[in-house]
Design a protein around this ligand. Sequence first.
Ligand code: ZN
Length: 238
Amino acid sequence: MAGGVHGRPRRNAVSVILVMMGAPGAGKGTQAGLLSHRYGWPKISTGDILREMSKAETPVGRDLRRVQASGQLVSDEILAEIVKERTSREDCRDGYILDGFPRTVTQAELLLELSRQQGRGVIVVNFAIRPERLIERLSRRLSCPGCGEVYSLTVRAPRQPDRCDRCGSELTHRADDEPEAIARRLEVYQAQTEPLIGYFRDRKLLLEMQGEQPVNSLFEELVRNIESRVGRAGEISA
Ligand SMILES: [Zn+2]
């Protein structure tokens, strides 16, 4: 293991678990990427891990395929176990960013249990956005039918017009990015996440951000808030 100047591993005074929440299009993906780059915290997406695992010819992979084929959701306990395993790796030592987990209060409880085991503080960032602004943003969104990557013509344009940077497939305008569909999705999203937001707010772990600002000022404000919370080491843990 690489040591610091005095042979001790260099690490932050407190290691953080950052949870990113917000409706699709509210800007959390962009901000997660910027934060990951700034602090070296890996982005852990449970969706990506599950997709990888379910492709593998392993007993777990076969189990996952069976669960998904039957239209069921992977249980909270299995998801928490996957997060625990992934975040026990060396690259997560100084902190990590969670995307897609937790989605339910039960998962949130499992996450706080994990944070206690790992001795880490939790900061939950929720990006708020008004429906009309979201509609404006999402209608400029393109996605890749090949690998699922999402691009935005305003904040994250593909390098080549209409081509995916990752896999080269031709990008499409998502059919569900139509205004009525967006408004409906936002309503569903808010109804589903309200209990989770309340759970974290009650525990003083919630950081509410206005997702409508320009990318750079949002990032600066986010950094200021995160650093002031990390500064109060110990107080941020549940
Ligand atoms: Zn692609």
